[in-house]
Each structure stands twice: as C-alpha cells, then as structure tokens.
Ligand binder design. Structure first.
Ligand SMILES: *Cc1c(COP(=O)(O)O)cnc(C)c1O
Length: 368
C-alpha cells in the first residue's frame, strides 16, 4: 500500500457519478450542464468533467475560455460554455476549439462576431441578478445585432440564458417571467434562441418553472446542498470531497498552556495537543479559529486557538492519538466526518467557498 499524502483532498469520483445520475433522474428530461469552473469547485475540473460526462451530463460549464481550453486539451469533446471574458479576450481560440461563448453585451458581441470563424454564441441577459448579462433596456439592440451577425454568418446563436438571484420564490418567479419576455423579444427580433437556461442547482431543485431546456448544476454535482434546510443526504447526494491530513506531532502539556498565536486558547488541564499540518496557506479559513471541526479516530474536536498559515492545533485531552493518525476536516457527514457546511458555519461563509478555496500544499487524489 502506498502511503497517503501528508495533506490529501481525496475525491470520490463514484460520488460525482452518483450525483450526476441522481440529479438527472430528479430533473427528468432536462439537459444538465455540469459546472466545473474554478478547478471544479476545488475538486479538480478535468477528472470531474470526465466523470460527469460519462455519467450523463450533456454540457460542461466554465467561466474562462482558458478553463474550457484545458478541458479540450484533456481530450474532453462534450459541449462547453464559457461565460466571463476580459475586455481584451481573444475569441479565435475558443471558436477553433468549438467552445460556446457566453456573450453579455453589445460590444462583446461585435468582438465575437469579428473573430475568425463562426462563433457559437449563447446570449446572456440580466433578468434581475444585476450581475453579468445585458440589461433589459439593451435587449432590443442586443438581439437585433445578434440577428444581423447571424444572417451574415459571423455567429450562430445556440442559446439564450440568465442566472437567478436565489432571493426567494417571488423574486425567482419574477426572473422566470422576465426571462420569458427576453425569449419572446429574441424571437421577434428574428432569432431562434436555441437552448434556454436559467437555473443553477437551487433553482433546478426548488423552482421547476425555472428549468427550461437545461440547468447548470455546480454545487449539486459535488454532492453539496445549496439549502440551509436540506442536507446532501436529504437531496439524495453524496459529498465527493474528503480533506484530511496526517497528525504531524503529538505532545503532553501542563494546565494553563497557551496554544497558537496570541494564546487565544489555554489548556484547562494537563492535556494532549495534536498538530494538524493545514493552515490558511492551504485554504483553511483563519476565521474558523477556535471553531473549525476535526475528526480524529472517529472522535470530534475543534481547532484550539488560531489557524496559522501552515498548521493548527487540536486539544485531544487524554485520548489516544498518534503521529500519523488521520485528521479528517471535511467529508461525508453520514460517515461521521465534519461537513463542508460545518466549516462554513465555523467561518461565517458558505460551503461553496470552503471547498473552492482549498489549495496550497494539499495533494489531490481520485478514487472511483
Ligand atoms: C457557478 C454558476 C452556476 C452553478 O451554480 P451552483 O449553485 O453551484 O449550481 C450556474 N450558472 C452560473 C452563471 C454560475 O456562475
């Protein structure tokens, strides 16, 4: 048996496959785009993308054209959409690599149309999120220009899409209505808008009217829940990430010993301290100092004192913990491991950020 990495993000591709299949079953008939932006939410874009496509995902979604090119370079031929571009972005490479380009404003549309080859374009409209996408006042001009470029053979409009704000049912349904207005206007402008999509994981699962032709699923693919009132298991999903590290040192200290910078934590009694070799340099939130949960040999502890750049300490009392034992920070809570949601609560953030921020010296491994 080969030794496990000192710090390991172990990704269960079987869980990814299960999640894709389970979501496709629940969304019966709706096309699924697996969103693998930002390094597959910290899970590894390429292995996740490959597994998702093999398990039935119809599309892949990324933010940057460079992320889409990496998928192509890895031999992944599934349809890919990339949707956020710099002011100087070159679209030639995307067109040559058969990558659909999300376009959010008129000037960008003109630049895509001027690139070499016929661009596959998916027009993005803002229906109320207030982020990327053409504002409703711009829709007539935006769609007219797209229709003109399409007639001239410079682009092909393959989709029309928007993104929900997840502010509540009323707001989501207002966005559905705004999106339907955009679809009608696009048609009246001489476009066949193609694939219509609005929902991400939350909308796909809770707002059936937002599903349209395709849903863009990020968080759910990784087995995590976007809802405060539903766990992964409640949604039939399995968290794919397990983050662990080997305990790097163990020692006994006397009562009243200060632990980590600033001595925010002092031992109440004579006790054992175990050192976990993960810190904010690896993406562990310093904000979870004194709170972040850790499981060692099946027992639950909290970070004692501050999370440092490279390490943090756990007060193990009189428990039997040896150098080399695994400290599990994040895993599937149905196995007793702390969850990404537990860390999110400890750091006042969301599970999306907890998994995506992992990096530094962690080694990624994959199991099926
Ligand atoms: C990240 C992202 C998604 C996926 O969102 P989840 O909540 O993770 O499913 C979908 N669409 C867009 C535009 C995104 O930026």
């Amino acid at each position: 048996m080969t030794a496990r990495p000192f710090r390991e993000a172990s990704i269960d591709l079987g869980a990814i496959a299960h999640n894709v299949r389970e979501l496709r079953r629940q969304l019966d008939g709706t096309l699924v785009m697996a969103v693998v932006k930002s390094g597959g939410y910290g899970h590894g874009a390429i292995p996740v993308a490959r597994t998702a496509v093999e398990s039935g995902a119809d599309w892949l979604g990324v933010v940057e054209i460079s992320e889409a090119i990496q998928l192509r370079d890895a031999g992944i031929t599934a349809p890919v959409l990339a949707w956020l571009h710099g002011p100087e972005a070159s679209f030639d490479e995307a067109i040559a690599a058969d990558i659909d380009i999300g376009v959010s404003y008129l000037g960008q549309l003109d630049r895509v149309a001027a690139a070499s080859g016929t661009a596959m374009v998916q027009l993005k409209v803002d229906t109320g999120l207030g982020r990327n996408g053409a504002a409703d006042s711009e829709w007539p001009e935006f769609f007219a220009a797209a229709a003109a470029h399409e007639r001239a053979g410079r682009i092909r409009v393959r989709g029309l899409w928007s993104h929900l704000s997840n502010s509540g049912e009323v707001e989501d349904l207002e966005q559905v209505a705004a999106f339907e207005r955009a679809v009608e206007l696009a048609k009246a402008s001489g476009l066949n808008p193609g694939i219509l999509h609005l929902a991400a994981t939350a909308g796909a699962l809770r707002v059936p009217r937002s599903r349209f032709d395709l849903v863009r699923i990020g968080l759910g693919i990784y087995g995590l829940s976007p809802f405060d009132d539903a766990s992964s298991a409640d949604l039939g999903l399995r968290p794919a990430l397990e983050l662990s590290a080997a305990i790097a040192s163990v020692k006994r200290v006397s009562a009243g010993s200060g632990v980590s910078y600033g001595h925010d934590y002092r031992t109440a009694t004579e006790t054992g301290l175990a050192l976990v070799p993960l810190g904010y340099g690896d993406g562990i939130p310093r904000h979870a100092s004194g709170r972040g949960p850790v499981s060692i040999n099946g027992r639950r502890y909290r970070v004692a004192g501050r999370v440092a750049m490279d390490q943090f300490v756990v007060d193990i009392g009189d428990d039997d913990v040896a150098i080399g034992d695994r400290a599990v920070l994040i895993g599937d809570p149905t196995t007793g491991a702390p969850s990404a949601e537990d860390w999110a609560a400890a750091a006042d953030t969301i599970n999306y950020e907890i998994v995506t921020r992992l990096g530094g010296r962690i080694e990624w491994t994959y199991r099926t």
